[in-house]
Write a new protein. Structure first.
Length: 63
């Protein structure tokens, strides 16, 4: 089974998303969708989902 492998592979992109996003829950939601969409580009899909859901103004994170 690839359950353990799947979970481990997600941890990386999740950390990246947590650093650049304001709403961690939204990022995780987007990442879950991304896993269904394309398992090979989780991080990229996660960012794509966030950008589509969020207004451009909220994409700017200072600090």
């Amino acid at each position: 089974m690839e359950k353990g492998k799947h979970r481990h592979a997600i941890e990386g992109p999740v950390r990246v998303c947590l650093k650049i996003s304001l709403a961690a829950s939204l990022c995780v939601y987007g990442l879950r969708m991304a896993c269904w969409i394309d398992q090979q580009h989780r991080a990229r899909q996660c960012l794509f989902v966030i950008k589509r859901l969020w207004p451009p103004d909220l994409n700017v994170v200072s600090g």
